[in-house]
Design a binder for this molecule. Structure first.
Ligand code: TRP
Length: 486
């Protein structure tokens, strides 16, 4: 028997829970900062409206209409597209391996909050004392045991949360979605009342129209929208397949997408206000006050925590708990989608799949707990999001738009929904998104042929990037070829 959500709220919360995660509080600010702050917001909004929401509607409709997990739902369009479903899940797997490590950092920082161990120079603390970062990705260095411990705790928490599938998920998400918002608001208020905050907010909010001509900003905007909404991973397809037959689609898709974008946008106020404060203190322009990259949130938020007028320890603990609760429902959504797909096709036992998945993903994750971990994390993150994910996005649009009667999907969605979508949606799926994302993809490949990502050694880029993608294609193919058990 297929499991179903117990209520519409459970589904919406689970879907929001999958979308809202570290991507909003951790990835969004640093991608935005690297793209020049205000320069990023317009492309982000355009990508959200023309690709994010339309694809969310598409994923819900596919999952709901074909009542199956990603590989089977996509395979119902045309048999061969089943590979796409597996590949999408594998890209998600690639992400969850490092995502869990970032959650492991959060576990450590939860402990550090107890005595505000990061002190005044949060940047030096993060790199030198915490990560003990090496000189290059090729100088791998030893495993940092505290981070590894955090990683293990994370995986235990993930597996516990999904032990019984949609039933457990439906309850857990009430906590993992609602609490974070309350905490976030406290941080925004403290952030924007710091001296110099306005300068940071100006950097964040002033649009830079010349940056609209820079294709890299667009590339990052699209990949961030896909990452943040968890679309292109097969997760939303799978979650929607658990919906009762008469549930709403369009309204839910808007609700989830807008809630996700709003969370990232609001969180940005806290981060950029803090950057304004650094600029005020150091006299440097906002664009130069910190090294940007995956460490940004771990530099800015600890500063806010230290500067709270009272209750620093309490809020520090709450903040990292919040990141953990935000992250966990994103992480388990992918495990759940992967597990459901394997169970559906191969009739495996849920507990076996969950545990096997956790063991493999945690094992791979150890590489990011070494001294060179941050470099590998950066490389894999870049390749998964800017190659793997975009490829899935384009092919999914082509599959639905050109190999299936897209109008019938729209009519299906409209037939279920409180409000309806028009022909603009067909246009976004059939033409706009494939053309724009496809062009970005190709330009990006050319870029990578010219120079390695982030100036890393070519061999590191090859292993963390192309090789991983190559392996995923092969594994996807094998899963597709393997006979279905009935
Ligand atoms: N949407 C999640 C976030 O914003 C990130 C995410 C997308 C993710 N796909 C994933 C996390 C797959 C784990 C696995 O944080």
């Amino acid at each position: 028997m297929k499991e179903l959500w117990q209520s519409r709220t459970s589904f919406v919360l689970a879907s929001i829970g999958s979308a809202i995660g570290l991507g909003n509080i951790w990835r969004f600010p640093y991608v935005c900062y690297e793209c020049g702050g205000g320069a990023f917001l317009i492309p982000f909004l355009v990508a959200l409206l023309t690709a994010g929401i339309p694809l969310m509607i598409l994923e819900y409709s596919l999952g709901h209409k074909f009542a199956g997990c990603a590989p089977l739902a996509l395979g119902s369009i045309k048999k061969g597209f089943e590979i796409l479903g597996w590949f999408a899940l594998l890209v998600g797997f690639g992400i969850v391996t490092y995502y869990a490590v970032v959650m492991g950092w959060c576990f450590n920082y939860l402990g550090f909050s107890l005595n505000l161990a990061w002190g005044e120079n949060t940047q030096a603390f993060f790199f030198d004392q915490f990560l003990k970062i090496s000189e290059s990705p090729l100088q791998i260095g030893s495993v940092q045991w505290l981070i590894a411990l955090g990683l293990i705790l994370t995986w235990i928490a993930i597996v516990a949360s999904i032990w019984r599938g949609a039933k457990t998920v439906g309850k857990v998400v009430y906590f993992t979605v609602l609490i974070p918002w309350v905490i976030l608001i406290v941080f925004v208020i403290r952030g924007v009342t710091l001296p110099g905050a306005l300068e940071g907010l100006r950097f964040y909010l002033t649009p830079d129209f010349s940056a609209l001509l820079n294709y890299r900003v667009w590339l990052h905007a699209y990949s961030q929208v896909f990452f943040s909404l968890t679309i292109g991973f097969g997760v939303q397809i799978t979650y929607a397949s658990f919906l009762p037959r008469d549930s709403d689609i369009v309204n839910n898709a808007f609700l989830v997408s807008l809630a996700d974008a709003a969370t990232a946008f609001v969180g940005g106020f806290a981060v950029f206000a803090t950057l304004g404060y650094y600029s005020f203190q150091s006299g440097l322009p906002v664009s130069e006050v910190v090294k940007s990259g995956p460490q940004l949130a771990f530099v800015t938020y600890p500063t806010i925590i230290r500067l709270l007028p009272f209750g620093s320890v309490v809020f520090g603990v709450l903040f990292f708990l919040m990141l953990l609760t935000l992250g966990i429902d994103s992480a388990f959504s992918l495990v759940e989608a992967g597990a459901a797909s394997l169970i559906e096709k191969f009739k495996l036992k849920r507990t076996h799949v969950n545990i096997g998945f956790a063991l493999i993903a945690a094992g791979v994750g150890f590489i990011y707990t070494t001294k060179s971990g941050l470099y590998w994390l950066d490389i894999v993150d870049y390749f998964m999001n800017n190659f793997g994910l975009l490829l899935v996005g384009v092919i999914m649009c082509i599959a639905a738009g050109w190999f299936y009667n897209i109008k019938s999907i729209r009519e299906y969605a409209n037939g279920k929904s409180d409000f309806t979508i028009g022909a603009w949606w067909d246009f976004c799926i059939r033409i706009l998104t494939p053309v724009v994302v496809g062009a970005l993809f190709i330009t990006n490949v050319i870029d990578r042929i010219k120079a390695s990502y982030g100036g890393y050694p070519r061999i590191a880029e090859f292993i963390g990037g192309w090789l991983v993608i190559g392996i995923f294609v092969v594994v996807g193919l094998l899963l597709f070829k393997k006979k279905r058990r009935t």
